[in-house]
Design a protein around this ligand. Structure first.
Ligand SMILES: Cc1cc2nc3c(=O)[nH]c(=O)nc-3n(C[C@H](O)[C@H](O)[C@H](O)COP(=O)(O)OP(=O)(O)OC[C@H]3O[C@@H](n4cnc5c(N)ncnc54)[C@H](O)[C@@H]3O)c2cc1C
Length: 391
């Protein structure tokens, strides 16, 4: 009997395993893959991460981001760069392998290449079954099996259709020949309810596009092809190895993330910011909080995981709800949004503070909403002028 089983060793699961083992619990953690493994991802982590982990991860940073070059439908561009970092770019194979090694170093039992195929809450413990037939028992189980995992979907009944669909590719490039370091490239308007991106790493440009599944309606490949064939930065580069993946964004009305002795962290619980699709930070943050709740229960001989749900309601959901409102505003009017950024780059500078975690998304949304509604004629003029962006 273990204190805890963790299913999945992405950022959520490896942080959970690290936290549990560091607090002296007997934890066993499984991943169906062997590390390092590929994960389709832009790999940009906001600087909030620096206040979240208690060990150094700067060794796997491939680039530090100070802002972005924004475009509308791969056309006109505007640079909005800050004097302070906003995020760091990583390759997920190296980053995730580092987190797994820290969990192992803290004393967690790590089992790679083993898929968990089912679990049962037996009342006084939980059983997890491996694809190879063995079963394991623990007091608690943390589901951290990502967007393709079964725990959130099958055990908690979360809706897999509440997601963004994406296509990505890692494009080799010569860093010395291209002046792209220190910034992201973000394109609005090229896909319904989403955006396209180019995130520079040391040897690759991580290129992708993602949009709301219901609005994209199976045409994500077409949007990707159009984005990569028109964006200035990608001219002359060879784009192979496209991969499709889903981003299980937060949605209002999602079921709670605790059920009996099982608790969800990261993507499997749809704990992804619905505006940017930022999930790495939230996977780490929720993995840690889930593990702390389990450790507190073990220490106190309790079984009630409700403290985690209370924490989500206080620390995570308000930001996600504000991000949902911001998505509606921006992605329903991408052309207008781009023209606002072009004329008033200070707006994006303020949003960088939200990404850094020094301002909150709700107050940012209110500021944008007020500035739009208090100057309707200016906004209307910009909207009319922005029609020429499309040509
Ligand atoms: C195209 C794309 C671009 C993105 N870009 C960014 C970005 O730039 N910045 C950002 O912050 N976020 C980004 N995200 C989101 C981010 O990738 C996720 O939010 C993050 O990986 C979530 O971490 P996780 O640990 O919850 O899940 P994952 O990283 O998916 O890890 C889950 C793990 O569980 C394992 N697993 C699954 N099923 C089982 C099973 N049955 N048994 C055992 N193991 C199992 C998997 O092998 C995997 O290793 C992006 C996502 C996509 C799809």
């Amino acid at each position: 009997m273990h204190d805890a089983i963790v299913v999945g060793l992405g950022p959520a699961g490896s942080t959970a395993a690290y936290t549990l083992a560091s607090r002296g619990l007997n934890v066993i953690a499984f991943d169906k893959e062997k590390f390092p493994r590929y994960k389709s991802c832009g790999g940009c982590i906001s600087t909030k991460i620096e206040r979240t982990l208690d060990f150094d991860i700067s060794g796997v940073f491939e680039d530090t981001v100070y802002g972005a070059t924004f475009t509308y439908k791969s056309g006109r561009s505007t640079d909005i760069i800050s004097d302070r970092p906003v995020g760091h770019n990583v390759m997920r194979d190296r980053f995730d392998a580092l987190l797994v090694s820290r969990a192992k170093g803290a004393g967690a039992s790590i089992v790679e290449g083993c898929r968990i195929t089912g679990l049962r809450d037996e009342g006084s413990y939980v059983t997890a079954r491996c694809g190879t037939g063995e079963t394991y028992r623990a007091r608690f189980l943390i589901g951290a099996d990502g967007s393709s995992g079964f725990v959130g979907r099958e055990v908690f009944g979360l809706n897999p259709r509440e997601c963004a669909v994406s296509i990505t590719a890692e494009v080799p490039y010569n860093r010395k020949e291209m002046n792209v370091s220190g910034r992201l490239f973000i394109d609005f308007g090229g896909i319904p309810f989403g955006y396209g991106w180019i995130f520079p790493k040391k040897d690759f440009l991580s290129v992708g596009i993602a949009g709301d599944a219901a609005k994209v309606r199976g045409r994500v490949k077409d949007y990707f092809n159009s984005f990569v064939s028109t964006h200035e930065i990608l001219r002359g580069l060879k784009i192979d190895g496209k991969i499709g993946w889903t981003v299980p964004i937060f949605y209002n009305g999602a079921a709670p993330s605790i059920k009996g002795r099982v608790i969800l962290a990261g993507d499997t619980g749809h704990l992804v910011d619905p505006f940017l699709g930022e999930g790495i930070y939230y996977a780490i943050k929720t993995g840690k909080a889930a593990a702390d709740t389990v450790a507190d229960c073990v220490a106190g001989g309790e079984t009630d995981l409700a403290a985690y749900q209370v924490w989500l309601g206080k620390e995570i959901y308000p930001e996600f709800r504000a991000a949902e409102k911001l998505s509606d505003l921006v992605y329903n009017h991408p052309r207008l949004w781009y023209s606002i950024l072009e004329k008033d780059p200070g707006i994006m500078q303020k949003f960088y503070d939200v990404i850094r975690g020094v301002d909150n998304c709700d107050s940012f949304y209110n500021r944008v909403y007020q500035s739009v509604t208090s100057r309707p004629w200016t906004v209307l003029r910009r909207w009319v002028a922005s029609r020429f962006l499309a040509s």
